[in-house]
Design a protein around this ligand. Structure first.
Ligand SMILES: Nc1ncnc2c1ncn2[C@@H]1O[C@H](COP(=O)(O)OP(=O)(O)O)[C@@H](O)[C@H]1O
Ligand SMILES: [Mg+2]
Length: 350
């Protein structure tokens, strides 16, 4: 059993009395202790997927279907630690707010793109770290302070005491993100969700943040769902990855397989567009067009949402093209956990 099993998850956004589908029937697992990348251009539904796991979706956004089973007792070697914590697998979508609060921060924690928005500007860093510990049952002030200072040292701060007493505005963006990672990691969560954690930072600082997350994964055994629109980052960091397009997972599998033999034209486009550092943030050079808005995804249903941009469809015969425009491709199992949804798999496409 996996640490987290998501099946047929759908998320919709309420707009003028209609529900627009933003995430459409996605399924994936996260195994204990692994780092999974979630990639795709901006607007594909990565953040909504991430926020749905700890139930932090904004107002007017709803989970409309699916299952999400979380097994906190599974260890990185795949064994259950039964009896250790006494937790059996839980169906996250049926938990009440009180049960969700117990899971958030303790078993599942999350860091965001803008660390400053997550820190309270009026409270010193040390108190913010200690607060997380208190929320999860460590009430002894001395113990909490010692744990916070220890974490600041692990985060690589040369003078942990100085940072402990500092306010967020006295720290750089990169330092704030390191603190956020500390807050997310201090209760030793089983799953850490990192939504574009390095995107807003300078490239040199980005590397520090990735190193720190790798360290948290290694030393604390936390699985990481690492979200990035930048495949070059996912490639360096993740052992397995999921490619999302217009609310669907179009391809997933072990990183080495996806990079050496990508099956979906969208994945090939993302890989072909991996920018050199100085070009980051540019559009996909080899795939013209843009991710459809949630309003226009509905117009394309039930066809493949990538069809209007697909380089493979242009080379296909009319029968194949008709297929892509009228149905969403079923999942093709390519072996070793490599799955893709494209009618053109196996056809000579480029
Ligand atoms: N609170 C919201 N209200 C309305 N539309 C939203 C909201 N959040 C996200 N969306 C829309 O849902 C789609 C997916 O968004 P998001 O998950 O943020 O994508 P990503 O993280 O991949 O950039 C986009 O079309 C976005 O505009
Ligand atoms: Mg996002």
């Amino acid at each position: 059993m996996a640490l987290l099993e998501i099946r047929n998850l759908s998320i919709a956004i309420k707009q003028n009395d209609t529900m627009l589908t933003a995430v459409n029937g996605i399924s994936f697992n996260i195994e204990a202790g692994e780092i999974v990348g979630l990639a795709g251009e901006s607007g594909c539904g990565k953040t909504l997927t991430a926020l749905s796991i700890p139930h932090l979706l904004p107002e007017a956004v709803e989970i409309t279907g699916g299952r999400m089973t979380f097994n906190a007792d599974i260890s990185p070697n795949g064994n259950t630690q039964s009896g250790k914590t006494g937790n059996s697998p839980v169906e996250i979508l049926s938990l009440d707010e009180e049960a969700l609060c117990r899971i958030r921060g303790k078993d599942i924690s999350m860091i965001f793109q803008e660390p400053r928005q997550s820190l309270n500007p009026l409270i010193r860093i040390g108190a913010q770290i200690a607060e997380t510990l208190e929320l999860h049952g460590i009430n002894d002030k001395k113990e909490a302070k010692a744990a916070a200072l220890d974490m600041l040292e692990k985060l690589g701060f040369a003078d942990p005491t100085k940072i402990y007493h500092a306010y967020p505005h006295q720290l750089s963006g990169g330092m704030c993100q390191r603190v956020m990672i500390g807050i997310a990691a201090i209760c030793r969560p089983k799953l850490l969700i990192a939504d574009e954690p390095a995107t807003a930072l300078d490239t040199a600082i980005q590397d520090q943040i990735l190193e720190l997350l790798a360290h948290i994964n290694r030393d604390f055994g936390a699985a990481i769902l690492f979200i990035s629109h930048d495949l070059s980052v996912v490639r360096r960091f993740c052992t397995r990855f999921l490619v999302m397009y217009a609310g669907r997972i179009v391809e997933q599998g072990p990183a080495e397989l996806l990079f050496t033999s990508p099956a979906h034209p969208y994945t090939r486009g993302l890989i072909g567009a991996i920018p050199r550092r100085e070009q980051r943030g540019r559009a996909l050079a080899n795939i013209p067009g843009r991710v459809p808005s949630i309003e226009s995804i509905e117009d394309q249903l039930p066809g493949c949402p990538f069809a209007p941009r697909c380089p493979a469809i242009r080379c296909a015969d009319s029968q194949a093209r008709n297929c892509c425009l009228t149905a969403f491709p079923p999942e093709t199992d390519l072996g070793k956990g490599h799955l893709a949804r494209c009618f053109m798999i196996g056809a000579a496409n480029g």
